[in-house]
Design a protein around this ligand. Sequence first.
Ligand SMILES: *Cc1c(COP(=O)(O)O)cnc(C)c1O
Length: 429
Amino acid sequence: MDLTARDARHIWHPYTQMKTAAPPLPVVKAKGALLYDEQGRSYIDCVASWWVNLHGHAHPYIAEKVYEQLLKLEHVIFAGFTHPPAVELAERLIGHLPSQQNRIFYSDNGSSAVEIGIKMAIQYFFNQGQPRTQLVAFDMGFHGETFGAMAASGDHSFFTAFEDFLFEVSRIPSPVAGQEQAALDALEDHLKTGEVYAFIFEPLVMGAGGMIMYEPEILSQLMALCKKYGALCIADEVMTGFGRTGRMFACDYLTTQPDIMCMSKGLTGGTLPLAVTSCTEAIFEAFWSDDKHKTFFHGHSYTANPVGCAAALASLDLLESEASAADRKRVEAQHRQFRQRIEQHPAVRSTRQRGTILAVEFESEEATGYFNNLRDKLYYFFLDRGVLLRPLGNLIYMIPPYCITNEQLETAYSTMEAAFSAFLLQEHP
Ligand SMILES: *Cc1c(COP(=O)(O)O)cnc(C)c1O
């Protein structure tokens, strides 16, 4: 029996309608930006394998560091114990994070990093004897798969089955061009109640909501408003962290800084699951007490896994290199040229970009069902041509590994243009 047949017997894939989806593609190896199937066909990974990969697949330097760590210490309980990779990674991360961040809490995926951030914020007020009850979030935000993260996420059709089970979150408009004042007003209305413990947001680029982009100035203003009312700011940098937006963190564009930050996807360069929730010393101090009830009662079996930390340290080595910085600039410049090239294309409604993240919105007035079909058609159109892209509705985006070559980028770009002609112009003559 071949691999896909065996897969079909026992495996349940994420975000996949198992009845109608085509069989999954068996990938047996990968190198740089390329994935290879059993027949040796290659696919350009333009989505960095769900936004995690930074330096390319099966990177020998990360592999070596992971192997070395595996032979030294594969795992140890992190309550009552510590180990060199966790301490070194905390120190190095603090060096990169905005200046107020001073404490590192480890976990192993982005959703958990968000849960931890929300729980920290709630207990921060609780421990001071002044509990608050409201969380504020953008209407189109996305923060993950667990209950708190689902609740914080905006209007997502994915989560309708769970809607009645989610705690209430106050929504404000996403502050895209033209909606800035509405966002400010809505936020201030919520803050005035004195009940807001935190405002959670994806800084500058809202990924799963449709690569929605907005400007640092308005986010700084929203955050400054939170500070005025004593509410905490939680920056969910799970997608935007580690160079994606052109700076180390999206928060590096801001003039106001968050109290709590969540990181995961690029943390290990896409090698192993690891996440971090960082916070300011002021938050940590609200838990520092002789009273055991003020402890932060949270921890996962694999908290601060040494092998994950070693992969993250290796990834930071690469990320800090001049070669990586040059790659990020190069990808950013290539994206910009491509945007100019397609700007006037009749199938293209708009393009946008922040650093290495490119989004192309194409013309579409049709109902959602149409999109679902078109989305699948586009997905397989790209895959048939050796390009992995996962359109979101009427949006095609690229979040490639930084090592993607100009030739590979060009293949992806021209395949996109071919798709515009093949599908979209037919529908919109
Ligand atoms: C992907 C994502 C998450 C969830 O991370 P997982 O590792 O998939 O649990 C949270 N927030 C943002 C902004 C994300 O893009």
